[in-house]
Design a protein around this ligand. Structure first.
Ligand code: COA
Length: 179
């Protein structure tokens, strides 16, 4: 299989086609899409994979979100996903490779360390240490199955227990986050 490449190497039309294939054309109504609205994916935490003929067969995107605490303070987080592999290539390790790639970058960075996602704990918990326990008191705009609202903080980092997830990063000057 080919290397993991920057997602900026790919055309948006190909990315959207692969996401439609994996999640259906009605995917834009999902709760995760509300959190992505008006935002741009984070190039350093997004990637793609081609097959031998050059077609895009794997994609991962990550987005800026924040946890707004009851006192109004904002904790920047990275919303990982969608993660999608073309049906013919599923089960061959592409999903794991792309996730690990992004999480390794996040773990080494100051700003992308704490991530969340909406996904299957049987996959993202089992292989990458995601857990629904830290998110039980997090509010989110839209329906979500609580056991699929997942978070991951590497050792030494902590997540606020209570708050609302909102799109984008806020107060970047104070946090030192890249825009
Ligand atoms: C989910 C997805 C990203 C995984 O990527 P992948 O390249 O197919 O999977 P990998 O090869 O990395 O991993 C394979 C392993 O994960 C397991 N797995 C894959 N998808 C899973 C899921 N949704 N739930 C639980 N386990 C899953 C497989 O059973 C396999 O386990 P094994 O190693 O014990 O045999 C990919 O299958 C996909 O795009 N699916 C369509 C979208 C979707 O259904 N998403 C649901 C999750 S939000």
């Amino acid at each position: 299989m080919t290397a993991i490449l920057p997602l900026t190497d790919f055309e948006s039309v190909d990315i959207e086609r692969l996401l439609d294939l994996a999640f259906g054309t009605d995917r834009h109504g999902r709760t995760a899409y509300r959190l992505r609205q008006g935002q741009s994916w984070i190039p350093a935490m997004s990637a793609g994979m081609r097959d031998m003929t050059g077609n895009l067969v794997g994609v991962i995107q990550s987005w800026p979100v924040s946890l707004r605490s009851p006192d109004g303070s904002m904790t920047p987080l990275v919303l990982v996903g969608p993660v999608a592999v073309a049906p013919d290539y599923q089960g061959a390790g592409l999903g794991k490779a792309m996730m690990q790639h992004v999480l390794d970058i996040g773990d080494r960075s100051a700003e992308y360390r704490c991530t969340m996602m909406i996904g299957d704990p049987e996959y993202y918990g089992r292989f990458f240490g995601y857990d629904a326990a830290p998110t039980q008191l997090w509010g989110i705009d839209g329906p979500v199955e609580r056991h699929r609202l997942l978070a991951r903080a590497p050792q030494g980092a902590s997540l606020p227990a209570i708050g609302d997830i909102v799109p984008g990063w806020h107060g970047l000057a104070e946090t030192g986050y890249a825009a």
